[in-house]
Design a protein around this ligand. Structure first.
Ligand code: GLA
Length: 727
């Protein structure tokens, strides 16, 4: 299928439909990287250049050959200790305290299907869709083994990388850095794209030239974070949305990470993506294994739109799982911005009644239903229903909501605990804190030590006991602070705690998704603070941001779209003036923006005017009609909202027969110039009819000159145009 092993020359080639990746185990047994780029045949070891380079040392077994240096050669798994002074993917501290590590090739084999990673999220695919290449390397002195895992999904232009580190020696070692994905280019002139932000303003795009001096992103927060997303793109300097070579590196992990890119002394570029080395030091006893979480790689020579689409297809169908992976998600009403902590069964039923009348399909009871929880100062950890506050039992409330024709969903923040809670009073040692020091509080809460299995077990039992009370069909899984004070009394080394915490989180999620396969999980961390490919393995959608302002959301969703499919983006229409920005935007603007996501509402429908209610009915009907196209269609960014007057995006069905264009005017001026939106992905030579106007357009003209947006009076005009191919 996609993997070739040339046994004689020890050349390993991975082919996808449009890309080729190649490496070689050379005469010394070093695994060198040869090539990653457009699909090609042949052997690319001619790209390696050997020259005597001052202050770049030589492996001992190269003898008198001063032209052979790991400091210069492109590699698959560069480690600290071989004379490569660039940033390594792996650092191992040996029992004697030294950092020597020297992985040499031992064997390679091809396996059917895609490898999995025990206890961790990973891309999955069946035997017809994927193959795995395993390359085993070993340090001849310490007998530590690194098994490199390459998953190849040819049709999707996706290659994944992970590694298993095995301590085959007789002494304990410590892993000080572990990143499975390294890309070394021997030449090239690249830009690096990072996705940065903050709470309520996540995933802005930053594109800058790769230069001398490392450019690094990452998280020390224990979660993937609002501040940097664990995803980066490396693009040719002249690559655009539609042209040019570009690469993606997406980390499938929800904790601390590090992404690095740097031009070296010879203008060669190295990019690394994986676990952060800071706050990490993982002990490995003899015969123990360590799994390096996976990174997804993709290459496109047709620009960033295609690169994003590759990631979208992979995440949508090969990482997201469960009943809701392919089905259209219910239109939901979330109680948070409608009533915050101030609700009871009666007020929830009033929301639900109106919601049902307007066509909404599910009511989600957000924070405030458990323990003593009337504000955010108490109650977290006490996952038992506050029937006194609700005014009835959970099961009877759910029955009432179901009786109105609505599904019922519920909010949890399972990793958190308030000091003012029965759980904390009973088990203060379950909260992360360092003996003798006061912990850092955030939102007046602490976090539970999820690196300890007994804590995870207890939370699992408590969540199940709530979930078993009635027909709960949705969970919003929140986390409202970053980790700190990561000391665990159960750990033999504190450098393992944050990795083990994430493993505990994944264990809990896995048990729940297995036990409750019919529940739709939505991830959340103060909005998009843990919007990553790891979480999407358990929760096929994630609340994209706490910011529901339509104009800001255009920016947030624009950045998010580079790495993640629309089917994963939780997006709702909320009330105006917006609760985060105070801005007032038209109902239609909020509607089309939320339709670039899983769609729902975050407001009290009883407070809407009759006109708004009418618009809402229509919006829901429109969404239901377009939902298959929105959820599964090819996504194109038509503008860059950070620099243009209009934010616009487009969904095109796989066969190009249906096209939905959405646009939001972000700026209004006197005597406006006309904005022409150039459509993408239509079938050349065909005619398309726009449904509302009935007008017929030539695809080539729509893609070449575009369609003019009407100039209208007033701020934030929204446009939605649906084109159907004629004939
Ligand atoms: C976070 C979420 C919100 C809401 C609150 C509840 O901030 O992002 O949507 O659920 O918590 O406390």
């Amino acid at each position: 299928m996609g993997i070739l092993i040339d046994e004689k020359n020890k050349i390993f080639t991975l082919h996808t439909k449009n890309s080729t990746y190649q490496m070689k185990a050379d005469e010394y047994g070093f695994l060198l990287h040869l090539y990653y780029g457009r699909r090609t045949e042949g052997c690319m070891d001619y790209l390696l250049h050997f020259a005597d380079r001052g202050f770049s040392g030589n492996p001992y077994d190269a003898g008198a050959d001063r032209t052979y240096s790991m400091d210069v050669l492109p590699q698959e798994l560069p480690c600290q200790g071989t004379g490569d002074y660039r940033s390594p993917a792996v650092i191992i501290k040996n029992a004697d305290g030294s950092y020597g590590c020297d992985f040499r090739y031992r064997s390679a084999r091809i396996l059917e299907g895609k490898y999995g990673i025990p206890g961790f999220p990973a891309v999955y695919a069946d035997k017809k869709e994927a193959e795995t290449l395993e390359i085993e390397l070993e340090d001849p002195v310490s007998h530590v083994k690194a098994t490199l895992l390459y998953g190849v999904l040819p049709e999707l232009d996706i290659i994944t990388r992970s590694a298993r580190i095995h301590n085959g020696g007789s002494d304990k070692i410590s892993l000080e850095k572990a990143q499975a994905a390294c890309l070394d280019w021997v030449g090239g002139d690249f830009d690096i794209m990072f996705f940065y932000g903050r709470h309520a303003m996540e995933r802005y795009v930053q594109r800058t030239p790769v230069s001398h001096g490392a450019q690094t992103i990452g998280s020390r927060r224990g979660t993937s974070s609002h501040q940097y997303n664990p995803m980066m793109m490396i693009a040719d300097r002249n690559a655009t949305e539609d042209f040019g070579s570009c690469y993606a590196m997406t980390f499938v992990y929800s904790g601390n990470f590090k992404g690095e890119v740097e031009k070296d002394q010879f203008n060669q570029t190295r990019a690394l993506m994986g676990l952060a080395d800071e706050l990490f030091s993982y002990p490995l006893q003899p015969e123990e294994d360590f799994y390096v979480p996976e990174t997804i790689l993709s290459y496109s020579r047709a620009g960033l739109a295609k690169l994003s689409q590759n990631l979208h297809s992979c995440i949508r169908a090969h990482l997201c799982r469960g009943k809701y992976r392919d089905s259209i998600r219910p239109v939901l009403l979330n109680s948070w911005e409608a009533s915050y902590f101030d609700f009871d069964s009666e007020s929830l039923c009033a929301l639900a009644r109106q919601a049902a009348d307007l066509g909404i399909e599910m009511l989600v009871m957000d924070d405030g239903w458990f323990g003593k929880r009337d504000d955010d100062n108490s109650g977290l950890g006490d996952w038992h229903v506050n029937e006194e506050k609700l005014g009835e039992s959970l099961s009877s409330l759910i029955e009432k909501i179901n009786g109105m024709g609505l599904k019922f969903g519920i909010w949890f923040e399972p990793e958190a605990v308030n000091e003012d809670s029965d759980l904390y009073r009973e088990h203060p040692d379950w909260a992360l804190s360092i003996p003798g020091r006061n912990p850092v509080r955030a939102r007046n809460q602490l976090l539970l030590d999820f690196s300890r299995p007994e804590v995870v077990d207890w939370i699992f039992e408590n969540l199940c006991q709530v979930l078993d009370q009635g027909n709960i069909e949705y969970i919003k899984w929140d986390l409202n602070r970053s980790l700190s004070d990561c000391y665990s009394c159960g750990a033999d080394d504190q450098g393992r705690v944050q990795y083990d915490y994430v493993r505990g989180l994944y264990d809990l999620l896995e048990r729940l998704v297995q036990k409750y396969p019919d529940i739709l999980f939505e991830g959340c961390s103060g909005g998009g603070g843990r919007f990553d490919a790891g979480m999407l393995y358990y929760t096929p959608q994630i609340w994209c941001s706490d910011n529901t302002d339509a104009v800001d959301r255009v920016d947030i969703q624009y950045g998010t779209s580079f790495g993640y499919p629309v089917s994963t983006v939780g997006s709702h229409v909320s009330a105006v003036p917006n609760h985060q920005t105070g801005r007032t935007t038209p109902f239609a603007a909020r509607g089309i923006t939320a339709m670039a996501g899983t769609f729902g509402y975050e407001l009290d429908p009883n407070k809407l005017t009759d006109d708004e209610k009418q618009q809402m009915r229509q919006q829901i009907a429109d969404y239901k009609k377009y939902a298959p196209l929105i959820q599964n269609g090819l996504y194109y960014r038509l503008t860059d909202p950070s620099t243009q007057e209009v934010g616009a995006w487009e969904f095109v069905s796989e066969d190009a027969s249906a096209v939905l264009v959405s646009a939001l005017m972000l700026k209004v001026h006197g005597n406006m110039t006309v904005n022409y939106l150039r459509l993408k992905g239509l079938e050349e030579g065909c005619m398309y009819r726009e449904e509302k106007s009935g007008k017929v357009y030539a695809a080539d003209a729509l893609m070449e000159s575009g369609i003019p947006l009407p100039v209208e009076f007033g701020e934030y005009q929204a446009y939605q145009m649906y084109f159907v191919k004629e004939g």
